[in-house]
Design a protein around this ligand. Structure first.
Ligand code: AMP
Ligand code: GLY
Length: 423
């Protein structure tokens, strides 16, 4: 089977690495891919923001299965268009992907289906915001309705800050069209968990849970990023809680979407806050998480291609996956200056030696390869990932590996999975 992966990050590298292990996959393409992905797949240039170029690519390679990494092609309707042409593709349609592309849609959906989430108000003007704020305690969360690449959520310390952030969003100055509506939301406290399930539109199969580190600095300080690291262990979610999340969150979402005539197929990423009032939905993503996919794929023992096909063919079952009981952790090495401006083109050293280490896999994100040498080409450069019998050993191995890799300006967090190690 010829498989095409759309995207170019560490998530796509982890998916490619896992798909390569499937006996069903005979040829793997990745578009556009990156320096490291070229080791796993034939990389082809494409602009993932342009539906016509994705269709031209589909037409030239006629994949038997396509997997979409980032949200943008999904929200543009790549699944609708590929399916219409009879090309099998894993993921939700444009209408179903509204769970990610419109936060006001997602919040109203959650409320209609009695799925636990924070109190909120949708506002179309600064006047609406000021009225809504009188009903919320501070700190309060301000969210842009549309896709904002991780920059659409601000936790405001007081009403003045909430009003001024909302005004910037609503004026279009801050995020363009994505901020044309804002959501004012109750600020929840607790541990965050990324809970992903695969669905065929009717049933769900949960993946192991992961935790993501979004802020750039140790101790959750500094600005938000695309994700600085993630880990997954067997103890972060016990069987009872896993079943609760399936029955009270994931399954009601899939059943609710079906009842409303927009079957949701693909991966549903539930961003949850484990609060004193119980688990609550912070947000949905209609795709695999980055970097959560890196530790999750390290723990997956069953055939990923088979699970993706089960979603397309309507035969997902709860026993879909087999998992390693090992713990896994991914630490992202970034370019100097990220998430602000940074320089690319720095030579990366130490990759060949690290590749020989047992239990370590380096997933590439912003890298390019020229004449056998890797160079940095993006903000998030590498996702160094370890798997070991327990989280303390995995953390030790991952930082030992990082110490052997270097490029000018490299930075990373030193405390990924630290709370789990302490426990
Ligand atoms: P998003 O950009 O939608 O992925 O949200 C980014 C982050 O904002 C989440 O991962 C949470 O850390 C935080 N967040 C979102 N909603 C809330 C909330 N209601 N209370 C507290 N934190 C939140
Ligand atoms: N790691 C968060 C995301 O993929 O959106």
């Amino acid at each position: 089977m010829k498989v095409l992966i759309i995207g170019s990050g560490g998530r796509e590298h982890a998916l490619a690495w896992k798909l390569r292990q499937s006996s069903r996959v005979t040829k793997l393409y990745c578009a556009p891919g990156n320096g490291g992905l070229a080791e796993e797949a034939e990389c082809l240039p494409v602009d993932v923001k342009n539906l016509d170029s994705l269709l031209a690519l589909g037409n030239s390679i006629r994949p038997d299965l396509t997997v979409v990494g980032p949200e943008l092609p999904l929200t543009l309707g790549v699944v609708d268009e590929f399916s219409r042409r009879g090309w099998r593709i894993f993921g939700p349609t444009k209408a179903a992907a509204r769970l990610e592309s419109s936060k006001s849609f997602a919040k109203a959906f959650l409320q209609r289906h009695y799925i636990p989430t924070a109190h909120y108000a949708v506002c179309n003007s600064v006047d609406d915001v000021q009225k809504a704020l009188s009903h919320f305690h501070t700190p309060v969360v301000v969210k842009a309705d549309g896709l904002a690449a991780g920059k659409g959520v601000v936790i405001a310390r007081n009403r003045e800050e909430a009003t001024s952030v909302s005004a910037d969003m609503l004026s279009g100055k801050m995020l363009g069209e994505a901020g044309s509506k804002v959501i004012i939301e109750e600020c929840l406290k607790g541990e965050e968990i990324s809970f992903l399930v695969i669905s065929d539109g009717e049933r769900v199969a949960p993946l192991v849970a992961a935790q993501d580190y979004k802020r750039v600095g140790d101790g959750d300080t500094g600005p938000n990023t695309g994700g600085m690291g993630a880990y997954s262990t067997k103890t972060m979610l016990d069987d009872q809680m896993r079943d609760w999340l399936v029955h009270h969150i994931a399954q009601p979402v899939i059943s609710g979407m079906k009842a409303e005539g927009t079957d949701y197929k693909g991966v549903l990423y539930c961003g949850l806050m484990m609060t004193a009032r119980g688990p609550m939905v912070l947000e949905f993503n209609c795709r695999f998480g980055d970097p959560e996919t890196q530790p999750i794929m390290m723990r997956l023992e069953s055939d990923l291609a088979e699970a993706l096909e089960a979603s397309i063919e309507g035969r997902v079952s709860d026993g879909e996956f087999r998992w390693s009981s090992d713990a896994s952790v991914c630490v992202v090495m970034c370019s100097g200056g990220y998430p602000g401006t940074f320089e690319a083109g720095k030579k990366i050293l130490g990759l060949a030696e690290t590749a020989k280490s047992e239990g370590i896999k380096v997933f590439h994100a912003g890298t390019a390869k020229h004449d056998g040498t890797y160079f940095t080409s993006g903000g998030r450069v590498l996702g160094v990932t370890a798997k070991a019998a327990d989280i303390s050993t995995a953390v030790q191995h991952v930082y030992d590996a990082i110490a052997r890799i270097g490029f000018e300006g490299a930075h990373y967090r030193n405390d990924i999975a630290a709370r789990a190690v302490k426990k």
